[in-house]
Design a protein around this ligand. Structure first.
Ligand code: UD1
Length: 418
């Protein structure tokens, strides 16, 4: 087991290159079994969620190799339609596999999915949408069994723009008979990336990025080589780190418009932000004002995956902030850890009332989920004194070489064996 030892109060300067997006790479890996041909996904990040998804693919009988950061998937020999329960529980995203396994084998089975402990995370929208395509679903003893003779394109409307359900429908419908029209779709940039990847494989998908996605089923898909979009959440995390610590940094690989609301909030905090092509520059004095209100929403709203990091920023700023979490009901579980650092935060249901204390102090901190864990690291970077952060398995799910990248910006942070 490792821990991070972080000496707070160092300015962050320099530039940081962003990894490929976790939330894009995972559905792309799920999509790779739609074809028997070779698929290459370039520059996949060295994070444990990717390793877990690769294990799931291997469990199905696919060959997955990593060469110089690229993932090569050859699923010609894949014969299993069952996702091992240990891996489903570890990685919630494996639920997308239902769509691609159904498209490939007309059968799929998985345990109820896992992932971050941040709320109930039901999968009713996924299952109802698959039923509309002609899939029979039986739930028994914590397992979901899906089967269909063939999938038939249909008109589907999601009650809520779920990212995962939108991706699952896309994956299932690309090889269904006829046309599927998905209304109420999620509009996240990662959905557009999945569309581009599927079309590179010969699928006929359009409309991603709007709330209606149209999918014309095709008989077969070919192999493809694809470079995924960059990780806007990782980029946002480094921007917030620089805001908290003070300094001047440049985040490379992400377009400002995919983080528009975060950049607006950081300007409210008193940071100077410049964007050009796929570069975002930030300058911060480290003395920040609180945001009046941050409310998470589906894209293009404020991303729930940056909520914890911004709450940490506000906890060490001047003034007061209201943070409303609309996506996941228990996504404030990291707050008691920030309170150990002197944060003044009261959580009532979906709302956190933050009274900025100007500066947090050192503490021994325990990560409980991926983004909450990142928030603790950022808080420690800005705090007085030397903090320790444990249970790094959570941050390692989504950030490749977090401490190396922060160290390159001038942070005093090291990983030590416990
Ligand atoms: C994805 C992201 C995650 C991000 C989230 C919201 C990946 C791998 N993960 O997760 O990082 O935090 O989008 O931007 O891309 N819901 C239902 N029923 C369903 C499905 C979802 O009620 O069948 C609800 C959820 O409980 C939640 C909301 O919809 O309240 C959003 O969930 P969803 O968009 O599906 O998130 P994920 O795809 O799981």
């Amino acid at each position: 087991m490792d821990k991070l030892v972080i000496e707070g109060g160092k300015r962050l300067c320099g530039s940081v290159r962003v990894q490929s997006a976790k939330n894009s790479v995972l559905p792309l890996l799920a999509a790779s079994v739609l074809t028997e041909k070779k698929v290459t996904i370039r520059e996949v990040p060295a994070i444990s969620d990717v390793a877990c998804m690769a294990e799931i693919l291997r469990g199905l009988g696919a060959r997955v190799t990593f060469t110089e950061g690229d993932a090569v998937i050859e699923s010609e020999g894949a014969t299993s339609h069952v996702i091992p329960s240990r891996l489903t529980r570890e990685l919630r995203s494996s639920v997308f596999m239902l769509g691609s396994l159904l498209a490939r084998f007309h059968r799929a089975a998985c345990a109820y999915p896992g992932g971050c402990d941040i709320g109930l995370r039901p999968i009713d929208l996924h299952l109802n949408a698959l039923k509309r395509l002609g899939v029979h679903i039986v739930e028994r003893e914590g397992y979901i069994f899906c089967e269909c003779q063939h999938m038939q394109g249909a008109e589907i409307v999601l009650d809520f723009p779920s990212v995962g359900a939108t991706e699952n429908v896309m994956l299932a419908a690309v090889k269904a008979e006829g046309r599927t029209v998905l209304g109420g779709a999620a509009k996240e940039p990662e959905i557009v990336d999945l569309q581009n990847f599927l079309n590179a494989m010969g699928a006929k998908v359009r409309g991603a990025g709007t709330d209606v996605i149209e999918i014309e089923g095709v008989e077969r898909l070919s192999g493809a080589e694809y470079l995924p979009m960059k990780d806007r959440i990782e980029a946002g995390s480094y921007l917030i780190a620089c805001a908290v610590c003070g300094g001047e940094a440049e985040v490379l690989g992400v377009k400002g418009e995919t983080l528009a609301l975060l950049l607006h909030k950081l300007r409210e905090n008193g940071c100077k932000i410049h964007t050009k092509n796929d570069k975002i520059r930030i300058a911060s004095t480290g003395k920040l004002r609180c945001n009046r209100r941050i409310e998470t929403m589906p894209f293009p709203g404020f991303p729930t995956d940056l909520q914890a990091q911004m709450t940490a920023l506000n906890a060490g700023a001047e003034g007061g902030a209201l943070v409303v979490e609309n996506l996941f009901e228990t996504r404030f579980k990291y707050v008691p850890e920030l309170q150990k650092m002197g944060a003044d935060i009261e959580v009532r249901g979906r709302t956190a009332f933050v009274r900025g204390v100007g500066r947090l102090h050192e503490a021994s901190l325990v990560c409980g989920d991926l983004r909450g864990g990142a928030a603790l690291v950022l808080a420690a970077l800005g705090a007085e004194g030397t903090s320790e952060v444990t249970e790094l398995i959570h941050v390692d799910r989504g950030y490749a070489d977090l401490e190396g990248k922060l160290r390159a910006l001038g942070a005093r942070i090291k990983r030590v064996r416990m």
